[in-house]
Design a protein around this ligand. Structure first.
Ligand code: GLU
Length: 306
């Protein structure tokens, strides 16, 4: 029997609200350090386009690394398998901005979701698009079926002013020949990619193509071939949660992606997408309440990919 998602979401949301909200809002990007830390939103959309939201699900927040999934989808579709010569598909088991690992791996990032991997994806976007920022936004608006999605220029600038580590990684990869454009242009595009703002509702709707074998369930358009969607979901499962991807899989059991803005998107292939937002992060950089919510949600629905 199909679980009563709406009831489970409402109950789990109410339970989590009663418990202490642990963790910290990250302070290394000043523009997102000032976010109100008690915000908490959830939005669920299934392939039958049933929708349900709780709390601050219609409020925009900085999706940060979640948008790396859109950039990867776009680039993978255009480049095909040769993409994997420049970025690997292995979990990193290290912090998302580790320089140490990049040195050991000779400038080939472990996966497209750590910062180094996303910088390579941005470099490719600069090579294959005339106006990469516009192209990215168009792609995201297309999968979201919503034109009200924008970069937050203040957040992008704030990140650029503090992007010492990302710049170091970019220069380092350039020395290995794995960055082709000017590092400054790559950083500019990367910071804009991270600055995209969306609501939980927009997020859960926009990820439906990955729950549906690469095809949008609304107009049936194939955004990615099935094989590519399958592979992106695999990378989401093994690499979507920094060096806590194993733990997320262990506790929640779904492919997904988090961002330091406190958002998490999780996907149950063939069924639904669910987005959660709560800005306080645990020590590994994942939303504290987001993880708690999703753990309890999949436990109560009795559905995971396992
Ligand atoms: N813009 C953030 C950074 O580069 C993204 C981090 C994240 O959400 O994982 O550090």
């Amino acid at each position: 029997m199909k679980p009563d998602y709406q009831k489970i979401i409402s109950n789990v949301y109410a339970d989590i609200l009663k418990k202490p909200n642990s963790g910290k809002v990250p302070n290394y990007i000043p523009e997102i350090a000032c976010i109100e830390e008690h915000k908490f939103g959830v939005h669920f959309t299934d392939l039958g386009l049933n929708n349900f939201g709780c709390g601050n699900f219609q409020e925009k927040f900085s999706v940060q690394s979640i948008s790396k999934v859109f950039a990867l989808s776009f680039v993978y579709e255009k480049l095909g398998e040769k993409l994997w010569k420049r970025v690997d598909v292995e979990p990193s088991g290290n912090p998302f901005n580790s320089l140490l690992q990049l040195e050991a791996d000779h400038g080939i990032p472990r996966n497209p979701f750590i910062n180094a991997g996303a910088l390579v994806i941005c470099d490719i976007l600069l090579e294959i698009c005339e106006n990469p920022k516009e192209t990215l936004l168009e792609f995201i608006r297309d999968v979201a079926e919503d034109d009200e999605i924008f970069f937050n220029e203040k957040v992008a600038q704030s990140e650029m002013d503090h992007s010492y580590r990302n710049t170091a990684m970019c220069n380092f990869m350039k020395s290995f020949g794995n960055i082709h454009s000017k590092p400054n242009s790559v950083i500019d595009l990367y910071c804009h990619l991270c600055s995209i703002e969306m609501t939980c509702e927009q997020l859960s709707k926009s990820f439906l193509y990955l729950a549906n074998g690469g095809r949008k369930p609304t107009d049936r358009r194939q955004i990615l071939p099935y094989l590519k969607a399958k592979r992106i979901n695999a990378i989401l499962l093994t690499c979507g949660f920094y060096d806590e991807s194993g733990e997320f899989s262990f506790l929640v059991g779904l492919p997904g992606k988090s961002g330091v803005g406190g958002g998490i998107i999780a996907i149950l292939p063939q069924k639904y997408c669910i987005a959660v937002w709560s800005p306080k992060l645990n020590v590994k950089g994942n939303s504290y309440r987001g993880m708690k919510f999703l753990e309890e949600f999949t436990t109560q629905t009795g559905e995971t990919i396992f």
